[in-house]
Design a protein around this ligand. Structure first.
Ligand code: PTT
Ligand code: SF4
Length: 612
């Protein structure tokens, strides 16, 4: 088969040994790559019940059959492990030249097991591995560390690294590359830190073959031209995801004051037009002709690369109405190496907790206020370094902190992961998408909200549950496994029919849409099996959205008074389970597992739950 190398590089950090492993071809066909491959590897090789920050956890860097090829936005890398934040499956997606180098190295995945005794930079050249001491880099922020590594390894090397947050095992630390690209919201950077890997450097120089290079190039070129000719392309190039601020305000979903409200009086100070007036540079991931990294100068005059999610959660959600202040917090996130979305949900929880008097044993008399960007920035550094009792507490994210001091009824998370930037008081479908996302409350698997606000918004219908599943299949199942950026399809409307063709010309395998949807469903069921195995039990309580959306109605804007309804949400969840072939508790049935070719998980799952 072409398109996949069929090889993974296994690196044992404890023994400082590595080997190339040929994995079964069936895995490529059934799981594609990226997320799907990572899930299959975790199921097969991770010791059940592994400590997420111990030697038995596996850190996986994976690509798919379209990654790193010329074509629409293909420069993405999947990073996955058991999450120290949620205790379940965790992953993320980073735009980085690392993935291009991995393709040239002839590797579909790199798997790290064990723990190094000292900080290291793992240098990979094709399949040759070298462990370089990283004492001189340990403690450095991600920008400085990467700059030094570039001097050492050259401009074209693929480099991913962690910052102080990953080193100090902040539960929402991420893996960073190229200054503004971050992946692995559920603490995948902390897993890398626990293994004492400061950075991984990838250089590849092998030739790879595609099934039909000529047809592949013709199809890829067609797709790239189509992207540039789409009507939304010019505006996308101006604002990228930042256009969402105005839309979220108009539709009352802009997270405001720790998701108390869906509208923010100061939204104009942080919106896409303000960003345009401040823009100094445009960047993005490799292999992309619709680059969306909008760079502005932050409050300190330093460059910061913005997206909607981080601006909403570090802006309106904290009561901040100056883009330069939100950009400052965002830049701290990139340099310290943690997830800006969880930083936003954790700080907003902390303000509410501080005002309720819950932090008095930790805050040394400090009272946190909405909009106080300067104090919040100080706290952000304390979190990254765990340098104060308050910072150490908040490094556990709102979900971990509230278990110590109370306030879990206003921690905006699902399964421990902070919700992305969409208020769901009046959006039951998006609430379902967050609640059933396979890594905790991330919008990446099913951004159903734009469809929802136009289609019977307040309904808790079977049609809505079906739409969530359809999007989860394509976004979470396929794009995460192709591994390429989904935004050409989502944001500028690239015809999705290019993808099966690109896949065929890359691999020689003709997938129908039924085959592809089955892959999406298989990846979801397998990830759910990992969760059940790691939690040792399961119930539908895991698939509930944050209680605030049920209990505290909106008080501002045109949807004032709206909130989610428990009984109706439970019915929506029933529809979802029924359509997926999962039982009342959200466990895939034996028939579903059999249909998806996952019989091998049945004996293991039967140790923890009763399968119907
Ligand atoms: C993604 C999540 C997002 S989703 C945003 S903004 W978004 C936040 N960005 C962060 C950041 O930046 N710095 C930081 N320290 N933490 C951050 N946390 C948040 O991380 C990102 C883009 C974006 S911007 C989106 S929607 C799309 N996401 C994709 C995805 O998930 N899969 C996929 N196949 N394609 C995607 N394309 C888009 O990529 P996580 P990136 Mg990120 C400053 O990875 O863990 O999934 O979290 O990858 O290279 O930075 O690109 O409005
Ligand atoms: Fe990266 Fe944006 Fe291009 Fe996607 S559209 S590959 S996120 S620069």
């Amino acid at each position: 088969m072409k398109g996949w190398s069929g090889r993974l590089l296994w690196i044992d950090l404890t023994r400082k040994e590595s080997k190339v492993v040929e994995y079964p071809a069936e895995w490529s066909l059934m799981y594609l790559g990226g997320r799907g491959l990572a899930a299959r590897i975790l199921w097969e090789y991770m010791k059940p019940g592994a400590d997420p920050l111990g030697p038995d956890n596996l850190l996986i860097l994976a690509i798919g059959p379209l990654t790193g090829l010329p074509g629409p936005s293909t420069g993405k890398l999947q990073v996955a492990a058991k999450s120290p934040l949620t205790g379940g499956y965790g992953d993320g997606n980073v735009g980085t030249t690392f993935s291009n180098e991995m393709r040239k190295a002839g590797l579909d995945a790199v798997v790290f097991s064990g723990v190094s005794d000292k900080p290291v930079v793992v240098e990979i050249e094709n399949t040759k591995v070298n462990f370089e001491p990283a004492d001189d880099l340990w403690g450095l922020d991600t920008w400085t560390a990467e700059e030094r590594l570039r001097k050492r390894y050259g401009r074209f090397a693929g480099i991913v690294e962690i910052g102080p947050a990953g080193e100090r095992l902040v539960k929402f630390a991420t893996i960073i590359s190229q200054e503004g690209r971050s992946g692995g919201r559920p603490g995948i950077g902390a897993v890398m830190g626990s293994k004492k890997i400061k950075a991984v450097v990838m250089r590849g120089s092998e030739k790879y073959e595609l099934y039909d290079s000529k047809e592949y190039m013709a199809e890829a070129t067609k797709a790239l031209i189509e992207i540039k000719n789409r009507p939304g392309y010019p505006f996308w190039m101006r604002q990228g995801t930042m256009a969402t601020i105005d839309w979220a305000q108009e539709t009352s979903v802009l997270p405001t004051y720790n998701f108390d409200e869906g509208v923010f009086d100061g939204f104009k100070g942080i919106d896409g037009y303000t960003m345009e007036s401040m823009k100094v540079e445009q960047r993005g991931c490799p292999n992309c002709n619709m680059q969306c990294g909008n760079v502005v100068l932050d409050r300190a005059g330093v460059k910061s690369e913005l997206d909607y999610e981080n601006v909403a959660l570090l802006g309106s959600n904290l009561g901040i109405d100056h883009l330069a202040d939100a950009a400052y917090l965002n830049r701290i996130g990139d340099q310290m190496g943690y997830d800006t979305e969880s930083l936003g949900t954790t700080l907003s929880w902390a303000i509410e907790a501080s005002q309720a008097g819950l932090l008095k044993d930790y805050d040394g008399g400090l009272r946190l206020e909405w909009g106080d960007a300067k104090t919040l920035a100080d706290v952000a550094y304390q979190i990254a370094n765990r340098s104060t009792p308050l910072g150490d507490l908040l490094a556990e994210a709102s979900s971990g902190a509230c278990r110590k001091v109370g306030g879990c009824d206003f921690s905006m998370d699902v399964k421990g992961l902070g919700v992305s930037a969409y208020d769901c008081h009046a959006a039951p479908g998006m609430a379902l998408a967050f609640a059933t996302s396979p890594i905790g409350a991330h919008h990446k698997d099913a951004w159903v909200i734009s469809w929802e606000v136009q289609n019977d918004r307040f309904a808790y219908s079977k049609e809505k549950a079906a739409k969530v599943i359809e999007l989860q299949r394509i976004r979470g199942g396929l794009f995460e496994s192709f591994t390429t950026c989904r935004l050409p399809w989502v944001e500028v409307g690239l015809n999705i029919e290019h993808y099966p063709l690109l896949l065929y010309y890359s691999t020689g395998v003709k997938y129908t849409w039924d085959d592809l949807y089955a892959i999406g469903d298989r990846v979801y069921a397998l990830i759910r099996a990992i969760w059940i195995r790691e939690k040792g039990s399961w119930s539908r309580d895991y698939d509930m959205p944050p209680v605030k959306w049920f209990k505290r109605p909106l008080t501002k804007g045109p949807l004032s008074g709206m909130h989610l309804d428990y009984d109706k949400y439970n019915q929506l969840l029933n529809y979802y389970y029924e359509l997926r072939g999962w039982d009342y508790n959200g466990v895939p049935t034996k028939a579903t597992l059999h249909r998806l070719g996952l019989d091998f998980v049945i004996p293991e799952l039967e140790k923890y739950v009763k399968l119907s």
